[in-house]
Write a protein that binds this ligand. Structure first.
Ligand code: S3P
Length: 424
């Protein structure tokens, strides 16, 4: 890995992963055509495309034009698939699609890779069962692979024990098909892309603080969607620009939805020189160009309702904290244990190997920053966000670092290494 220093330039990161998944799902169950520009061609979103194609939806992926065209068949147009729906590594595909499958007049089986088979599915099985769907697990209890049998659904009021957009979205999507309103309350506000997109497609939703109600829909209407750059992907370059000496970089056209912009809040809390320009909206989502300049960062506390707003950025924040002055405390982040890997354990193990002073806690980590990092052998556990975070850490460390399975970045960011090289 080339040393990261004097990074300069402008780049655009690929489209938002959450919005890309949702565009395929809503486009498939809408009437008419949905045209998606800036779709993320990451392996996770391709899993969503493949699953809906298997259920009879025609989806044209025009990669060169960065466009996906979905020929929706309406709320009741999906066909029972031949064989298993392969969700790959994607929790979003598994959980959101289950919300739609809960209402279908057929049964089907979902399965994915080793990581997906370990991830908790009880969180969607419980509310979707209350609505009337049934599940049977074929392997480990409350995990994939599982068979979901759909049917008529009733509207429910659900108090979610976790602030999870995947759980909330699964219930809202099922709620489109229920016999009455469906209400979800979450302990803290998670990303609201499903709510925004459902409204754009014509569904009726009502939101109050952390509670959202969806009304049964008679139809959704296909839309044109412009997907903004993914703030979770931009975060790696913003962190590199802040930490590498003599740098100034701009990431253009990044989605800064307030339910996703916790990384920017933390940058400011840590003393970052961060500038937002060209603020505008694209398909109801706020977007901006983000510029950072090398800054001397200091530690901070990250907790409470801030956590769901930056949950996927905690690995790269931990790298920033290790190189910042002072102590950073991350708490209320127990969800990190059930992501693509146990991200608390992996961050602690790998950052410790590079010489950082970091301790795991029950719900997060404590990092005493400020000492230089040195090269080490890094276990990515095939977790894309761990591999990208440690690529940045490696470029800021002395000596050589080897990262296992570095190609797993293709899950969310196929051109990550190329884009990073363009700034050097
Ligand atoms: C996502 C929600 C988050 C996030 C994941 C994508 C989504 O998961 O970590 O990468 O698109 O809804 P949870 O809902 O499990 O918090």
């Amino acid at each position: 890995m080339t040393k990261l220093t004097h990074l300069h330039g402008e780049l655009t990161v690929p489209g938002d992963k959450s919005i890309s998944h949702r565009s395929i799902m809503l486009g498939s169950i809408a009437d008419g055509t949905t045209e998606v520009t800036g779709f993320l061609e990451g392996a996770d979103c391709l899993s969503s495309i493949a699953c809906f194609q298997k259920m009879g939806i025609e989806i044209e992926n025009q990669v060169k034009q960065q466009k996906v065209v979905i020929h929706g068949k309406g709320l009741h147009g999906l066909a029972g698939p031949d064989g298993v729906l392969d969700v790959g590594n994607s929790g979003t595909t598994t959980r959101l699609m289950s919300g739609i499958l809960a209402a279908q007049p057929f049964s089907c089986t979902l399965d994915g890779d080793d990581s997906i088979r370990r991830r908790p599915m009880k969180r969607i099985m419980e509310p979707l069962s209350q609505m009337g769907a049934s599940f049977s697990c074929l392997g480990k209890e409350q995990c994939a692979p599982f068979t979901i049998s759909g049917g008529s659904l009733r509207g429910i009021r659900y108090d979610s024990p976790v602030a999870s957009a995947q759980v909330k979205s699964a219930i809202l999507l099922a709620g489109l098909y229920a016999d009455g309103p469906t209400t979800v309350t979450e302990p803290a506000l998670s990303r609201n892309h499903t709510e925004l997109m459902l409204r754009a497609f014509g569904a009726s939703l009502h939101t109050e603080h952390t509670t959202v109600t969806v009304h049964p829909a008679s139809k959704l209407t296909g839309q044109r969607i412009l997907v903004p750059g993914d703030i979770s992907s931009a975060a790696y370059f913003l962190a590199a620009g802040l930490l590498a000496p003599g740098s100034e970089i701009t990431v253009k056209n990044v989605g800064i939805n307030p339910t996703r912009d916790g990384f920017l809040t933390v940058c400011r809390q840590m003393g970052a020189d961060l500038q937002l320009d060209n603020l505008h909206e694209e398909t109801g989502e706020p977007v901006a160009d983000l510029t950072v300049r090398t800054s001397s960062l200091h530690g901070c506390t990250i907790e409470g309702s801030l956590i769901p707003r930056l949950i996927d950025e905690i690995p790269i924040i931990a790298v920033m904290a290790a190189l910042a002055d002072g102590t950073t405390v991350i708490r209320d982040a127990q969800e990190l244990k059930v992501k693509e890997s146990n991200r608390i354990d992996l961050m602690v193990k790998n950052l410790s190997a590079m010489g950082a002073d970091i301790t795991a806690t029950e719900d997060g980590m404590i990092i005493h920053g400020g000492s230089p990092l040195h090269g080490a052998s890094i276990d990515s556990a095939r977790d894309h966000r761990i591999a990208m975070s440690f690529t940045i850490a490696a470029g800021l460390a002395d000596g050589e670092t080897v990262i296992s399975d570095r190609d797993c970045t293709a899950i969310s960011y196929p051109s990550f290494y190329e884009d990073l090289r363009s700034l050097i």
